[in-house]
Write a protein that binds this ligand. Structure first.
Ligand code: FPP
Length: 255
């Protein structure tokens, strides 16, 4: 699959779904699917950085995932800790800024103890921002921003008319790297599951039927190649179907 060097999405979000089914298909415990899933995270981060994406946001744990059985939650927290520990050097050596969004206060100490130092150590890196959505919910993020603006109105710092789309978006950590241009969901389901809701307004969506543990560079490139064939209109009138130009040249990255 060929990806154009120009016209890369700036911010890609991924809903990593299908770990449990991957394991069940092999007669294994769901936790084993999550373990394979964390290998797919490594491959995907590497591929995204190599491609030159500026921002990658991974939906690693939703606010609703706390309702899963305790041993599955514990295993996911342990895998997160392991990922942050083993990938630390590669993240720092490759200029990646590690960021996290969500209700981080709910995360156990074992995760915070590796997450927080890595966020600090990598904060000046500027090649790519890798954001982990942890204990994250899109509705919760919107409500938190709305609450903050309501407080500012109540305190007389701003007027109700100052509650604009931009003012709300500016308070959303998920949009610090810009709106998502492309959101990929693996696992075959076609839904958004409370991911990046506010920023999704004009995102392109790509649904991959592959289960998350089977995702890697090839599938990321397929998703980006599909994005590059689309015309983004942002509610405006499009260019319509363009006649094919003989010999038109595009720089493509062979992978
Ligand atoms: C959804 O699959 C996946 C999750 C809830 C967790 C995602 C976690 C990882 C990919 C591994 C750890 C993360 C990092 C960043 C190292 P599911 O369990 O809902 O799958 P199913 O739909 O097949 O049951």
């Amino acid at each position: 699959m060929l990806v154009e060097a120009k016209n890369l999405p700036h911010h890609v979000g991924i809903i990593m779904d299908g770990n449990g089914r991957w394991a069940q298909l092999r007669g294994s415990a769901r936790v084993l699917g999550h373990r394979e899933g964390s290998k797919a995270v490594r491959r995907t981060v590497r591929a995204a950085r190599r491609l030159g994406l500026r921002a990658l946001t991974l939906y690693a744990f939703s606010e609703q995932n706390w309702a899963r059985p305790g041993d599955e939650v514990d295993a996911l927290m342990e895998l997160l800790r392991e990922f942050l520990t083993t990938e630390r050097d590669e993240i720092l050596d490759n200029g990646i800024r590690l960021s996290a969004i969500g209700n981080l206060g709910r995360l156990p100490h074992l995760v915070r103890a590796v997450l927080d130092p890595l966020r600090r150590e990598s904060e000046d890196n500027d090649q790519m921002t890798l954001t982990l959505a942890l204990s994250y919910g899109g509705r919760e993020e919107i409500a938190t921003a709305a609450r903050e603006l309501a407080r500012q109105v109540a305190a007389g710092k701003i007027r109700p008319d100052d509650v604009t789309e931009k003012a709300l978006g500016d308070l959303m950590p998920s949009l610090a790297v810009g709106d998502p241009d492309l959101v990929i969901r693996t696992g075959g389901e076609r839904r958004i599951s409370n991911f990046l809701l506010y920023g999704l307004a004009y995102a392109e969506l790509h649904f991959a039927d592959v289960l998350w543990p089977d995702f890697g560079a090839e599938q990321l490139h397929d998703a980006i190649a599909s994005y590059q064939q689309r015309e983004r209109r942002f509610g405006h009138v499009g260019k319509g179907v363009q006649p094919k130009t003989e010999g038109a040249s595009v720089t493509r990255i062979a992978i």
